[in-house]
Design a protein around this ligand. Structure first.
Ligand SMILES: [Zn+2]
Length: 78
């Protein structure tokens, strides 16, 4: 994986925390672990939605791509 992709992942993860009202990535992970759905974000347009915790290619209703990734995946937690 290239450095650019990693940077974008980290950026989206931070955007997701902000969109969902979490102060830190750890807060987001902890909240996601106790729920059946996890905050997810679109790698294409940064649209946020709730998805399965292991989602890696979810459908984005905003830009109609399959680029929604859950916060747990973005954080390399699962
Ligand atoms: Zn999108």
């Amino acid at each position: 994986m290239s450095t650019i992709a990693l940077t974008k992942k980290a950026m989206r993860l931070l955007e997701l925390c902000e969109a969902e009202g979490f102060e830190t990535v750890e807060d987001l992970i902890q909240a996601s672990m106790t729920d059946s759905v996890s905050p997810a974000i679109c790698m294409e347009c940064a649209h946020a939605a709730k998805m399965e915790p292991d989602q890696r290619a979810g459908y984005c209703e905003a830009c109609h791509t399959n680029r929604m990734v859950s916060g747990l995946v973005l954080a390399d937690f699962i």
